[in-house]
Design a protein around this ligand. Structure first.
Ligand code: RUQ
Ligand code: CUA
Length: 646
């Protein structure tokens, strides 16, 4: 036994740059490379989009352990997000309360092209929205709706100093929306590309301008970086402008386009008074960490820009064949369009693009937008041998990694020489992939996570529906090594990863009670009380292990609307209390230390109705309960409340 151990040590001892020294010597085995011993922590955070769950999930790498689900666009009973009075405004839209969305592409804020770990953005695809989540509290702080957009898919990607978060429409629509025949789509619908500015201090989002492009489908996008900072690139498909049976009719053209947008030029144009203000109606929802409450404001106007009015700002780069992913390498020189119906990858050169623009070498135009010649902008083609390329990420050594949906694999290739270096199968049908920092100027090229659309036999079956599956590969060597499978929640489209040391030290532990500015806060137990205002009853309640103050309330009547405003007086890390009332038409709420949250209850029948704490907070958690006496609507029992018989 001992000698075998020694042998393993000898074989494994060279070339280990693995994780923590505690198990480094044995890291030649895949199991050792992903094993994070009890009490130890992961090296990276990974944020995976939740797809049709509408949320964002947080994992550790390399272990693949899930740490948290952050509610973004969907109601979430686990915390009461979207159910509590404070968070309901977050889900307000021009269509009213929309408690769900389809979230696709998380992107972490950057400064000079490097991850700065302040916020993460994610798009709602179905009812177009962009959310900003704090990476200190891991809470959704802001959601802005995107007008004139539909299928908000080429989103939410950020420029290299987080000047803008960009949201492009997948479906072109009439702008403004109006009643018209569908088959008059061609030439009449528009594709809106929205540039949402981000306040450098607070992160507040504001829809600065919207570029009204021809009615194509804008599928994905990435910002330029380095020399190409100031440009943004969008893949298009359905340049045919078909409105029916797109699987055939939108695959007619041999080439679609990558749209290259000089946003700095357009920014200058609008800063000098350019653009046209158009009436609009969209929600802007902001959560305030001090009032612990969100507000929703309806915005009534949007500044639109006609691309033909800003010469030199927009060009089309022909790209075969219905491209999906649009990726820019860390240097900013190469723009990769993955034609999902072609075997080869097309790589455009930013330098060549500028030269072609300079030389005015155009191949005609589309709706007044110049089309560059394919050969003039082409840097090279990767003869991959794979099928169905979708997305590309980059490491820190000049390599690119592209997923192939149809041939189910990740292909590693070299930027500049275009040679294929390695390929590894994925199980099965991979969509996006993610390298921490892999879409910034500074990738951390240790791991790639492949996110697969089909799970089949990878885990124990759980009926017709399986969770999707992610796979972790070590990419520190020449060849990729498959280390781990782990299930994901919802459908992860894109993901974003960041070294743990950039986030963990600043993660919020509590909210300070003395900074609580909630209008219904109960800052001392002496403030606990019950007030009636017509048919509204407001209960100012506090919690601490292991009781509610007050816990006996009388004088509530059928027909009242009862607001429990609960302030958690704990000031220790990881001690939330919960609240739930029998028969309540909402979810429980989970109140963080120092926070106030409100739960509404409309009692239906006389009786004595219990409430309790939903989070096992102490040995006497089961004792953390109380009663509300409800009397008939016409009773004259006065309001009273108490704790411990006082
Ligand atoms: S998608 S699998 Cu980003 Cu929504 Cu490509
Ligand atoms: Cu508080 Cu359980």
């Amino acid at each position: 036994m001992l000698s075998l151990f020694g042998l393993v040590m000898i074989f494994a001892s060279c070339g280990d740059q693995g994780k923590g020294s505690s198990n480094g010597a044995l890291s030649s085995s895949a199991a050792e490379k992903v094993y994070v011993a009890p009490g130890e922590q992961d090296d990276y955070y990974a944020f995976l989009s939740g797809g049709y769950s509408g949320n964002l999930t947080v994992y550790g790498l390399p272990s693949g352990r899930m740490f948290k689900e952050i509610p973004v666009f969907s109601q979430f009973p686990t915390t009461g997000y979207g159910y509590s009075e404070e968070t309901k405004p977050m889900l307000n839209t021009s269509f009213g309360f929309v408690p769900w969305d389809d979230s696709h592409h998380p992107d972490i804020s950057q400064t000079t092209g490097e991850l700065d770990g302040r916020w993460i953005f994610i798009n709602g695809n179905n009812t177009p929205r962009i959310a900003r989540i704090s990476l200190t509290t891991f809470e959704t702080e802001e959601i802005i709706e995107v007008p004139n957009s539909a299928g908000n898919h080429s989103s939410s990607f950020i420029t290299e100093n987080t000047e803008y978060v960009v949201a492009g429409t997948r479906f072109s629509v009439p702008v403004p929306q109006r009643d018209m025949p569908i088959n008059e789509y061609k030439g009449n619908f528009k594709g809106a590309l929205s540039f949402i500015s981000v306040d450098p201090e607070e992160g507040r989002m504001d829809l600065k301008f919207q570029l009204l492009m021809p009615g194509f489908n804008y599928d994905l996008s990435h910002p330029g970086r380095g020399a190409s900072h100031g440009w943004f690139f969008f893949t298009t498909y359905n340049t045919e402008e078909a409105n029916s049976l797109l699987e055939v009719n939108a695959s007619q053209n041999d080439k679609d386009f990558i749209a290259a947008i000089n946003w700095k030029k357009i920014e200058e144009y609008v800063n000098n008074g350019g653009g046209t203000k158009m009436p609009a109606n969209y929600a802007h929802n902001v959560y305030d960490e001090h009032t612990h409450s969100a507000t929703s404001t309806m915005k009534k106007e949007v500044l639109t820009v006609d691309p033909t009015q800003v010469p030199g700002a927009v060009y089309f780069l022909p790209t075969p064949k219905s491209p999906h992913g649009c990726d820019v390498d860390p240097s900013g020189e190469y723009i990769i369009g993955n034609g999902k119906l072609s075997a080869d990858l097309t790589v455009h050169s930013f330098t060549k693009m500028l030269a072609a623009i300079e030389g005015e070498k155009f191949d005609g135009e589309a709706y007044g937008i110049p089309i560059l010649k394919f050969e003039d902008v082409l840097a090279g083609q990767v003869k991959s041998g794979g099928l169905g390329p979708l997305h590309t990420e980059f490491d820190d050594k000049g390599n690119a990694y592209t997923t192939f949906f149809i041939s189910s694999e990740v292909v590693k290739w070299k930027l500049g020489t275009w040679e294929v270096i390695d390929r590894k199968p994925t199980y099965y049908s991979v969509g996006h992939l993610m390298i921490p920092g892999g879409n910034s100027r500074k990738p951390f090229g240790k791991y790639v996570v492949a996110m697969n659309k089909i799970t089949k036999d990878r885990y124990l079956p759980t009926g017709p529906e399986m969770e999707h599956s992610a796979q972790l590969y070590d990419i520190s060597g020449e060849k990729m090594e498959l280390l781990l499978d782990f299930p994901t929640h919802g459908e992860p489209h894109y993901a974003a990863g960041i070294p743990a040391e950039l986030l963990a030290p600043k993660s919020r532990k509590i909210y300070r009670l003395d900074e609580n500015k909630h209008e219904y806060a109960t800052l001392t137990t002496g403030d606990a009380r019950v007030e009636r205002n017509g048919k509204e009853v407001h209960i100012y309640m506090s919690t601490i292990r292991s009781h509610f103050t007050p816990d006996n309330i009388e004088g509530v009547k059928v027909g009242d609307k009862v607001y429990f405003h609960i302030t958690n007086h704990e000031q220790d890390f990881d001690v939330p209390h919960g609240f739930a009332m029998i028969g309540q038409n909402t979810s429980e709420i989970l109140i963080m230390p120092g926070q106030t949250k409100t739960s509404v209850w409309e009692p239906k029948a006389p009786g004595v109705w219990p409430f309790y704490c939903t989070d096992f907070c102490s040995a006497l958690h089961q004792e953390m309960q109380g009663y509300v006496r409800v009397s008939p609507a016409n009773s004259d029992i006065d309001l009273s409340w108490s704790l411990g018989g006082d």
